[in-house]
Design a protein around this ligand. Structure first.
Ligand SMILES: Nc1nc2c(c(=O)[nH]1)N[C@H]1C(S)=C(S)[C@@H](COP(=O)(O)O)O[C@H]1N2
Ligand SMILES: [Mo]
Length: 320
């Protein structure tokens, strides 16, 4: 596989440090009306996209859910970041059809008692499924409200019994260039890797999603299993996880490696710390239209009461 990658034409750095620039370009094109040459995503969204996903049995967790209006299924499944399928927002919707999320296993490695390989079905069957409505705040200053279905990451980790050396939990996405066209190019350093401190991972808000809108995840949203960390920028919420590893050292994470001055390891939502190229003070809700009013971004995405204790001894300007 490295052979393939080496022969690939080098991607321009402007493509690597991405998406705000990309988004601006699209916005401009859109306002010039050029984009109308494309078939709008809405007109190609087949009704059976909804039906294709198996329905799940779960309990609503209202304690952890926002009461904001949820985004539509169409918005949530056609406006995505999943660079394995391309950098455009509709690429994951358009180009993830050939991805096969089943059968699926997750391997657990590193500093834990119960390491090994677990089947997706067993993970779902042996854990309580809940619905949690979380706001996903992208680092690009937009947000969405998603009714996720999944399991408490804390409950899952407890069963794996990490030992005292487990200071970090490292998550790795699948690497399948034949099913994920974006992986044929070195857009990012594949596979996508993310990590949390063990305390973050054991926080009751951290979530492993296996579904949305009551059904199993669509490919573009990270089927069959992805992380959702509601107090952090969206890029921490890694999709299509194949490996979970308990480690002593802080891992090198994908976006942090790609642009360390722009994407920190912690990536806590923080309206007071701007991205070097744009403000993080406000966010645009997807679906509110291009000129929809922006709303203020909240510290820790609204979960300051719950999570600020995790960062009591940390300078959040340095550790962004
Ligand atoms: N493997 C992988 N996970 C990923 C990404 C990605 O490109 N690859 N993008 C991240 C980013 S930047 C965001 S904002 C969220 C978007 O999740 P959604 O498309 O389900 O809304 O997924 C995150 N998880
Ligand atoms: Mo993001």
């Amino acid at each position: 596989m490295p052979f393939l990658i080496k022969n690939e034409k080098k991607i321009k750095s402007s493509e690597i440090t991405p998406e705000k620039t990309y988004l601006n370009r699209r916005t401009l094109i859109k306002s010039l009306g050029i984009l109308s040459a494309y078939t709008p995503v809405s007109s190609v969204l087949a009704e059976n996209d909804k039906i294709n996903q198996a329905s799940l049995t779960f309990e609503k967790n209202s304690k952890f859910s926002t009461t904001e209006t949820v985004n539509s299924f169409e918005e949530i499944t056609t406006y995505n970041n999943f660079y394995e399928f391309g950098v455009g927002k509709s690429d994951p919707y358009r180009y993830s059809r050939n991805f096969k999320p089943k059968p699926w296993t997750v391997s657990v490695t590193g500093e834990a008692e119960n390491t090994g390989t677990f089947a997706y079905e067993d993970i779902v069957a042996s854990n309580q499924l809940e619905e949690r409505i979380y706001r996903l705040r992208c680092v690009e200053a937009w947000s969405m409200v998603v009714p996720w279905v999944g399991i408490s990451l804390m409950d899952f980790i407890k069963k794996l019994k990490p030992n005292s050396k487990a200071k970090y939990v490292v998550f790795e996405s699948v690497f399948r260039p034949n099913e994920m066209p974006g992986q044929k190019r070195r857009i990012l350093d594949w596979p996508y890797v993310e990590g949390l401190t063990i305390d973050e991972a054991m926080h009751p808000l951290a979530f492993l999603a296996v579904g949305l809108y009551g059904r199993e995840l669509t490919n573009q949203n990270g089927a069959p299993l992805r992380l959702v960390v509601p107090w952090k920028y969206g890029f921490k919420s890694i999709k299509s996880i194949v490996n979970i590893s308990f480690e002593e050292q802080q891992p090198k994470t994908t976006w942090n490696l790609a642009a360390p001055n722009e994407y920190g390891f912690f990536a806590n939502v923080n309206p007071e710390v701007n991205h070097p190229r744009w403000s993080q003070a406000r966010e645009r809700r997807i679906g509110s239209g291009l000129f929809g009013a922006k709303q203020p971004t909240l510290m820790f995405n609204g979960y300051a009461d719950e999570v600020s204790g995790l960062y009591r001894n940390l300078d959040l300007r340095k550790n962004f």
